[in-house]
Design a protein around this ligand. Structure first.
Ligand code: SF4
Ligand code: SF4
Length: 244
């Protein structure tokens, strides 16, 4: 299998939540108890049993209501900071499939609460979630089990509008660039979010902050460097702990 990527074209997303439901169904995750919070977003956030959530953001501008939809999921970073952080804590809970680039969590590998906190903090997109009862972590798996059988990820297969695509990274990036040029004819500020760093590339037609706080990260390299520095000084920290 070659290096893979998603392309998520938010200009085609109608927020039907088909991808969110397909993800739950394929992974046999239970429904989340929820209630109306004044938004159509449901549930409120990602969780141990919700790997994908369609975020709704509603704004009023010059008397007109604008909606922004953002199907949020793990970006499968090319250099995943979550994995570096886990490894620096001595955990083997996170691996990367070298063929596809999928970043995979092993929910059966126990992670301590303090280590999970640093792993989650190191993710530029705030994706990892943890089960307090089992000590395991979860997130989107890129439907790795489906890929092995030659199938598309469940969310992509389900999307009725063509907002989600998946395939070889080179072809996906070409598709994303082509679509960006089309959208920019009418919406000059349109962009591809962190396309060089991630395997889930979002096309946003407006200010990223309107979609989601973590839609675009300004400095993923900075985050990676922070993690790298932590790793560099780990032997010194351990020595200090032992002496202390
Ligand atoms: S988006 Fe977060 S959880 Fe996903 S691979 Fe990147 S750092 Fe890890
Ligand atoms: S299935 Fe497609 S159109 Fe529906 S919410 Fe997901 S990305 Fe948007």
């Amino acid at each position: 299998m070659a290096d893979k990527s998603f392309f998520i074209d938010t200009t085609k997303c109608t927020a039907c939540r088909g991808c969110q439901v397909a993800c739950k169904q394929w992974n046999m995750n239970p429904g989340t108890k929820t209630f109306q919070r004044g938004s159509h977003q449901n549930p409120e956030d990602l969780s141990f049993s919700t790997y994908k959530v369609v975020r709704f953001s509603e704004m009023e501008e010059e008397g007109t209501v604008k909606w922004y939809f953002f199907p949020d999921q793990c970006r499968h970073c090319l250099e995943p900071p979550c994995q570096s952080t886990a490894e620096s804590a001595g955990s083997k809970a996170i691996t990367k499939d070298e063929a596809t680039g999928a970043v995979l969590y092993s929910p059966k590998v126990k992670v301590k609460a303090a280590d999970f906190k640093t792993i989650r903090e190191s993710c530029p997109y705030d994706i990892p979630r943890w089960n307090e009862r089992t000590g395991g972590m979860t997130k989107c798996t890129m439907c790795f089990d489906r890929l092995r059988e030659g199938m598309l990820p469940a969310c992509v297969k389900t999307c009725p509008t063509g907002a989600m695509s998946f395939g070889d990274r080179k072809a996906i990036l070409e598709k994303a660039e082509k679509r960006l040029a089309e959208v920019q004819v009418h919406q000059k500020e349109a962009l591809l979010a962190n396309a060089g760093d991630v395997r889930a590339v979002y096309l946003l037609a407006d200010d990223p902050a309107r979609y989601h706080k973590f839609a675009v990260v300004e400095n993923t390299i900075g985050v990676t460097r922070k993690v790298a520095l932590k790793r560099l000084f780990r032997p010194l920290n351990l020595l200090a702990q032992r002496i202390g």
